[in-house]
Write a protein that binds this ligand. Structure first.
Ligand SMILES: Nc1ncnc2c1ncn2[C@@H]1O[C@H](COP(=O)(O)OP(=O)(O)OP(=O)(O)O)[C@@H](O)[C@H]1O
Ligand SMILES: [Mg+2]
Length: 292
């Protein structure tokens, strides 16, 4: 029996176990071909033909994308599609993973992020990061926020440091809740407070970009709403890249949305467009809940 015949015979069984309107898993994706608007005027990041491997396994396959100044861009896509991997390339957070190799050109303001002489500490001060799970240092609230400015020598006097701490906590929407207990341990705060503290810590060094990897996934709806308000406020001064599994959240907070699938960047468009009239059938399948 030749293989075509086997395929024919197997088809009805496969169809029976699948949802009736499910797309074939192997919808063709042309490597490097992204539909929509991956490029922008006035880019802060210019990312070209980026490939990322863990050992021999490709995790990001020929992705090109611009990220503009003062935009909020959301990365969405099924689990394992490479969102966190790609996000971590933007401030070299993958450096600590031995098996991770990166190819292509990744530029921040026209300079290669991965050039051998690049000062990674300075890069991470310019491109801050907030993780899924709040990770305050086991120090006081004050010392968490003051940590970066101290390392980077941003304040000469105690009063300057006090100002940075207060302003960062204000921007993170936390000041009123903690102003009377700045010396208390950060680890004693609620999850939502800890996440806002981590945002205050990230912005205390005046970054230009804030990367957020599922920043609300451990938070309740009220804390989530607070963080989303904060993203809207921060977007006036910062470029924000947010990974989220919540399509409602992507729709609420972002200007553009990038849809990743199996390491490919399938579609990038204005967020309203992605969620109303996606161009690619894989994007449509994902946003209508057919997979992911
Ligand atoms: N440290 C690592 N070592 C080896 N492989 C990894 C590592 N981190 C991620 N990968 C692999 O790279 C691919 C992309 O993973 P990544 O964490 O970027 O996906 P993701 O889109 O962020 O998923 P999720 O939505 O579940 O967070 C996956 O196949 C994953 O198994
Ligand atoms: Mg992830």
């Amino acid at each position: 029996m030749n293989s075509d015949v086997v395929k024919e015979m197997d088809m009805p069984n496969l169809k029976e176990v699948s949802a009736p309107d499910e797309r074939p898993a192997e919808t063709v994706i042309e490597p490097g071909k992204t539909v929509g608007m991956p490029f922008t005027a006035n880019p802060r990041f210019q990312l070209r033909n980026v490939e990322v491997f863990y050992g021999e396994n490709p995790a990001i396959k020929n992705v090109s994308l611009d990220i503009a100044r003062n935009e909020v861009i959301a990365f969405i896509g099924p689990s394992g599609c490479g969102k966190s991997t790609f996000l971590r390339c933007l401030n070299r957070m993958n450096d600590s993973i031995d098996s991770c190799r990166i190819k292509g050109s990744l530029q921040l303001d026209g300079q290669e992020i991965y050039s051998p002489g690049r000062d990674v500490v300075e890069l991470r001060a310019r491109v801050g990061m907030v993780f899924q799970k709040p990770n305050p240092f086991p120090k006081s609230i004050y010392d968490n926020v003051a940590y970066g400015p101290r390392i980077h020598g941003l304040a000469n006097r105690k009063s300057d440091l006090d100002d940075i701490v207060e302003n960062s906590l204000r921007k993170a929407g936390l000041w009123e809740e903690v102003r009377h207990r700045l010396g208390a341990m950060a680890t004693g705060m609620s999850g939502g407070q800890q996440q806002r503290l981590c945002i205050a810590r990230a912005i205390a060094v005046s970054p230009e970009v804030v990367l957020m990897d599922e920043p609300c996934s451990a938070l309740d709806p009220i804390a989530t709403a607070r963080i989303e308000e904060l993203i809207a406020e921060l977007s006036e001064n910062y470029t924000i890249v947010i990974v989220t599994h919540s399509m409602q959240q992507a729709a609420r907070v972002s200007n553009r949305t990038a849809y990743f699938h199996l390491g490919h960047l399938v579609e990038v468009n204005d967020t309203s467009r992605v969620f109303t009239t996606p161009e690619h059938e894989l994007t449509e399948s994902y946003i209508t809940g057919r997979f992911g």
